[in-house]
Write a protein that binds this ligand. Sequence first.
Ligand code: URA
Length: 425
Amino acid sequence: MNVAQIIADKRDGKTLEDAQIEYLIDGFANEQIPDYQMAAFAMAVYFKGMTLAETTTLTRSMIDSGERLEWPAGKPKVDKHSTGGVGDKVSIPLAPMLACCGVDVPMISGRGLGATGGTLDKLESIPGYRCDLSLGEFRSVVNWNGCSIASAGSNLAPADKRFYALRDVTATVPSIPLITASILSKKVAEGIETLVLDVKWGSGAFMKTLEDARSLAKSLVNVGNQMRVKTTAVITDMNQPLGRMIGNAVEVDESVEILDGKGPDDVIALTMELASRLLVSAGAAADQQSARTDLQRSIDTGEALERLSEMVASQGGDLNANRTRAKSHVVHSLEAGFVTRINAQRIGLAVIEMGGGRKQLGDKIDHSVGMEFLIRIGDKIEIGQPIANLFCSEKVANYAGNLVNNSIGTGPTSIESPELIVETF
Ligand code: URA
């Protein structure tokens, strides 16, 4: 087959045959097709899109580039994926809560992307925690604890790992078929039967419009179901940070608070919504109400916190060991009025500036850095009122504080805080 012809067919808006897509991904995975041809292909897809059938074949080919986990018969295997948001730590309380309710959660997770943090970076703030498990270790942590959160390793959808890195530097990440195949190849390779997707839209999300979030959610649900994984999606609001804490160690602290029966209402509400949907789809609960009752019980009895602690210990960490938090600096409001707008992306970028995320591949993260964000859309604020606590060095506190102040818009009249759960698919 001629790779240039495959690229030309897509460039000209043709629908590719399965064999063309399979040839391309197989050749790329085996390093027979060079990066420059894959980059040209990605750009052609970016402009011309793909049909459902093409996207499904692309997803399947990426899975086939590596191993697909198989599990012995037993509890249903479920997972959730979020398209990424500022302060989104839901995976950390959700996985152990689900594991207490009759399902197993083999969760392959990612690192920070753009302004959004990554679950793996957050968990690595726990002293000793290892994300880079071998597939054998991953399997035994899931079999033992009912949940594990780890990195994809080298053999789960390896074609995606290389393709994603290439897309990242060729401005071809924001393509719905490419995002769909990238996310689902990793999730389907986990060997799960049921998946829920949290597709975020807004100032702190990848998808800046509700329309784009809808298209992505539909694509993910359609392709997921084609791959025989029972897939549902929830579109959620990301026009303000989720919860109060943004960073790494501080987000683990907030997750532990939730499992301790405390924590912010929005994170609890979203965790309950996603987890209860999964339990119903997986057949582990009759309806969402009884699922919520089971999930709440896992918190009230302390069982979910214990499960998290055991998962952490199985991966080499100690949840009770001290997680350092840098010195606190208060940010005071420069404006008065009602908060009408929060640029959540800028809040995420402030945390990166403080050292809590990466500006370049390979940058080292300072896990002690983070932010407590104190206001929500609709709140009334006064000049001089504390709006955030920054945990960072003296050196960057001023600059990051200005970014926080610049991320907030105020007006003379109050507005409703946006609903968190926007639509379900
Ligand atoms: N997350 C992924 O895993 N892949 C994408 O393409 C975008 C977000």
